[in-house]
Each structure stands twice: as structure tokens, then as C-alpha cells.
Design a protein around this ligand. Structure first.
Ligand SMILES: Nc1ncnc2c1ncn2[C@@H]1O[C@H](COP(=O)(O)OP(=O)(O)OP(=O)(O)O)[C@@H](O)[C@H]1O
Ligand SMILES: [Mg+2]
Length: 230
């Protein structure tokens, strides 16, 4: 039988932890700087990372971004709000029996569901068990309450999300967050679809900060590449 290519790879080491001096890690720090510069007027407290379709590098981008933000001394919470294909627990090698879905359904408190990571100042809330109604949970009052609580305790809250064209989840989150970041996969993302996705993000309440181009072949050692959107 032909093997399907899996994007839920359980071996998901983060380059910003494994090799912080590499040019790729440097590019994540460039993305960090650009986020900070594009948000001069109102600082970004909540940020969602999404893309057009599956497997374009959302989870990789948001997890590395969480690491470099925490390395700068910010108290960061990474929330796995991809309740359809969650991967944050694999990345940080944590159990996923308790997480976001349990908090939203009031089985556990927000504080008790948060996990420490090996990185100082970086905390995660894994997805928890996959629910039958992710969009409904994300649009609930519990989710809005959770975000307010998180804002009181963290400098930055990052959301890993599903693709924006596939389901409504990312759009719901973009309306709850201050800002969004769009990941494009070099040579993979369809132009028309990307434009559709960008329009959807622009229409959301959160400001579209920019785009991260993932998987670009090395050009003068810049593997990841960032440009603004305005
Ligand atoms: N620039 C890259 N170079 C090599 N491998 C990469 C790169 N970016 C991502 N990957 C790998 O590709 C796979 C998909 O990436 P990732 O899980 O970050 O995408 P995603 O957009 O979150 O996917 P999904 O839509 O399934 O949530 C993972 O195994 C990841 O390790
Ligand atoms: Mg993902």
C-alpha cells in the first residue's frame, strides 16, 4: 500500500532550539523584529498564524516564533487551536490528554491546563482531545473568556490554527486576535487561493501583519523570508 505523506510528523525538533545560531533561526528572529515593527502603534498581544491549505508550515512557523519571542524575555503562551490536526504536543513532547478543549468545556481551569516547556518563559496549551465541534468551541464565550485571562498572565499569546480556506476556525480566531500572520509555502501555495485567503484575513478584526514565505530554496542563506503587507 502506498504511504500517505504525513504532516503530523511526531519528530518535530525546532531549529531555534536545536541550532539557535543557524541562518534559519536568524530568519525567525527577523520575523520577530518585523512583527514588532509592524505593530508600532498598538502592540500585538494575541497573534494567529494561518495559511491557505494544509502542510504549508503554520505549526513550524508559530512554534519557532514562540521560542524566539520567549528567548527575548517575553512571557509567551502558545495555544494549539488547530483542533483538527493538532501537533504542538508532539513538538514539545507533552501529553495531550488535557488541553484547550477541556478548558473550553469547563472540565479543567485554564491555569491547570497550561504546561511549562524546556524554554524559560515559554508555556503551551495543547489542543486536548479532538472535539466534534471545533468551530463552535472557538466561537464560544468560553474562548473569549480564556483569551482575556491569558492576556492578564502573558505578554504574548500565539495561536496555531488550521488552514483558513478549509474550515471557519482560523477566521473565527482572526476575529478574536489583535493580528494575523500568513504563511506561504514556496512553490506550493496556489496564487489564487492565497489571494482569497489574504482577503479573508484582511476582512477580519485582527490586523494582517504580513506573510512568511516558508521552504524557499536557499538564496544567500535566507531560507525563510519575510515581507510586509502594506
Ligand atoms: N521549511 C521547511 N523545510 C523542511 N520541512 C518543513 C519546512 N516547513 C515545514 N516542514 C515540515 O513539513 C511538515 C508540515 O509542516 P507544518 O506541520 O508546520 O505545517 P502546517 O501548515 O502546520 O500543517 P497542517 O495544515 O497539517 O497543520 C512538517 O513535517 C514540518 O516539519
Ligand atoms: Mg499545523
Amino acid at each position: 500500500m502506498k504511504k500517505r505523506k504525513k504532516t503530523t510528523n511526531k519528530n518535530r525538533g525546532l531549529i531555534t532550539i536545536l541550532n539557535p545560531k543557524s541562518p534559519i533561526s536568524e530568519q525567525y528572529r527577523t520575523v520577530r523584529t518585523n512583527i514588532q515593527f509592524s505593530a508600532v502603534d498598538d502592540s500585538v498581544h494575541t497573534l494567529i498564524v494561518t495559511s491557505t491549505g494544509p502542510g504549508e508550515g503554520k505549526s513550524t512557523t508559530v512554534a519557532n516564533l514562540a521560542v524566539v519571542m520567549a528567548q527575548q524575555g517575553k512571557k509567551v503562551l502558545l495555544i494549539d487551536s488547530d483542533m483538527r490536526k493538532p501537533t504542538v504536543h508532539y513538538t514539545f513532547q507533552l501529553p495531550n490528554t488535557i488541553g484547550l478543549t477541556n478548558v473550553l468545556t469547563k472540565q479543567i481551569s485554564f491555569v491547570d491546563a497550561i504546561r511549562e516547556t524546556e524554554i524559560l518563559d515559554l508555556f503551551v496549551l495543547t489542543s486536548g482531545p479532538i472535539p466534534p465541534n471545533p468551530a463552535e468551541l472557538l466561537a464560544s464565550k468560553s474562548m473569549a473568556d480564556l483569551i482575556e485571562m491569558a492576556k492578564e498572565q502573558f505578554d504574548l499569546i500565539l495561536f496555531d490554527a488550521p488552514p483558513i480556506l478549509a474550515v471557519t476556525d482560523a477566521q473565527i480566531l482572526a476575529n478574536l486576535c489583535d493580528a494575523s500572520l500568513f504563511v506561504l509555502s514556496s512553490g506550493k501555495t496556489d496564487r489564487e487561493e492565497a489571494m482569497k485567503a489574504v482577503e479573508m484575513l484582511k476582512a477580519a478584526k485582527g490586523k494582517l501583519l504580513g506573510t512568511v514565505l516558508n521552504g524557499r530554496k536557499e538564496v544567500k542563506s535566507s531560507y525563510y523570508y519575510y515581507y510586509g503587507h502594506n
